[in-house]
Ligand binder design. Structure first.
Ligand code: AMP
Length: 143
């Protein structure tokens, strides 16, 4: 299926039908901790608009989302005291996509530290919350 499924897990998270560790929400975007983080502080940023991936999102919806991606990236870098950020977006199974509501991975990076495997180990909820608290605090200072 290559159409948008409104019952995908991230659509349920936006509607509050599934739990998540939220770090940010505004009119167009929603950001929450990845449950299988490739790095401590790994956040997913998604649009509230329905789109499967980069191949079908309306250009206006993508443009509206990107300021929130940038804001979260700045907060992740500051809150996690990272040296840099890696941004990832996977489209379609061949591209590595597993959840079919478009999302940007915001990954804090530290010099000399490799990413853990994609969709690897589940993190403990209390660890996700601790990282989210640092990122939320940093978000308050992002301009
Ligand atoms: P991909 O579609 O390949 O970009 O990967 C989906 C990402 O979503 C992976 O990094 C998963 O760890 C993450 N993920 C899957 N289910 C959840 C969930 N319920 N809450 C947070 N992250 C999730």
């Amino acid at each position: 299926m290559t159409t948008y499924d409104p019952n995908n897990i991230f659509a349920k998270i936006i509607r509050g039908e599934m739990p998540c560790t939220k770090v940010h929400e505004d009119d167009v975007a929603f950001a929450f901790m990845d449950i299988m983080p490739r790095a401590d502080g790994h956040v997913l940023v998604i649009p509230k608009a329905a789109a499967r991936n980069i191949l079908d999102i309306a250009p206006a919806d993508l443009a509206a989302l990107m300021p929130s991606v940038q804001k979260v990236a700045k907060a992740v870098k500051a809150g996690m005291k990272a040296d840099g950020i890696t941004l990832q977006q996977f489209s379609e199974p061949a591209g590595g996509q597993v959840v079919f509501h478009i999302h940007f991975h915001v990954l804090p990076r530290w010099d000399g530290i490799a990413l853990r495997p994609h969709t690897g180990a589940m993190e403990k909820p209390e660890i996700l919350e601790a990282h989210a608290a640092k990122i939320r605090a940093a978000l308050a200072d992002v301009r």
